[in-house]
Design a binder for this molecule. Structure first.
Ligand code: CTP
Ligand code: CA
Length: 225
């Protein structure tokens, strides 16, 4: 099927997609992570591939296997993800669907933290680099189109719009991940695509449909002269 589709509108375009969670080790047996199945990022990579793009798929430890027909780079931590992303540049477009852990341990511990008669460990954190903001604010090698995600629980559109401005990306895909929406971990998503002052509300649909709609918009943007 793939060979029949490689002539799509994104033929010859290099597109980077980050996906899945990152894991930040606390010690050799424990880690900090975000909830992310990797389903939405994987679906986006598939949709871009099916429009003919050369997809570089940088993924943290997700629940589902990476797609075929894309260049897969597996990472564990946010810092590894950042290195993989920076190494993949230049690309025509980049979509940041990963749920990157915001914090890691301030110090690496190579031996297991043991229980000590009820004395609690005191964990010290350091903030991880913002991978999306780093790419969006590049002077050299900035992709023509940089797309972020914003999973929010409150004031979704407002927070997502602020995030877009703060990070300097071109578009942000906002979604409401409040527990009562049932979005987290499910097969559907309800998103709003925010780009220069426009908020395009998409009805709730399957993650694959969201991915196809987004890929079509990306194709439109990259092929418009
Ligand atoms: N992102 C990233 N690197 C990070 C944190 C986030 O590349 N260290 C990207 C995500 O992949 C997503 C976007 O930035 O595309 C927004 O992530 P989000 O967690 O919603 O934003 P934060 O800036 O981390 O804000 P907060 O978690 O406080 O809402
Ligand atoms: Ca975050």
């Amino acid at each position: 099927i793939r060979s029949a589709l490689t002539d799509g509108p994104l033929k010859g375009k290099q597109i980077l997609v980050t996906s899945g969670p990152t894991h930040e080790p606390i010690d050799p047996v424990r880690y900090i992570a975000n909830r992310s199945s990797g389903a939405q990022g994987t679906a986006i990579a598939v949709a871009l591939r099916d429009l003919g793009a050369d997809v570089i798929f940088v993924t943290g430890p997700a629940d589902i296997p990476p797609p075929t027909g894309v260049h897969v780079i597996k990472v564990e931590t946010a810092r590894e993800m950042k290195n993989a992303v920076d190494t993949a540049l230049p690309v025509d477009a980049a979509v940041f669907a990963a749920a990157v852990a915001d914090w890691r341990m301030a110090q690496e511990t190579h031996s297991k933290i043991k229980k000590k008669n009820g004395a609690l460990p005191e964990l010290k954190f350091a903030e991880n680099p913002d991978i999306l903001a780093g790419v969006a604010q590049l002077k050299k090698n900035r992709p023509k189109l940089v797309v972020g995600f914003a999973a929010e629980t409150d004031n979704v559109i407002e927070n997502a719009t602020l995030k877009l401005g703060r990070k300097g990306c071109d578009w942000i895909v906002a979604n409401d991940v409040s527990p009562d929406t049932g979005i987290m971990g499910g097969s559907e998503n309800a998103v709003t695509l925010i780009s220069n002052g426009n908020a395009d509300v998409w009805p709730r649909m399957g993650k694959s449909e969201v991915a196809q709609k987004l890929a079509a918009r990306i194709a439109q943007e990259l092929t418009a002269s």
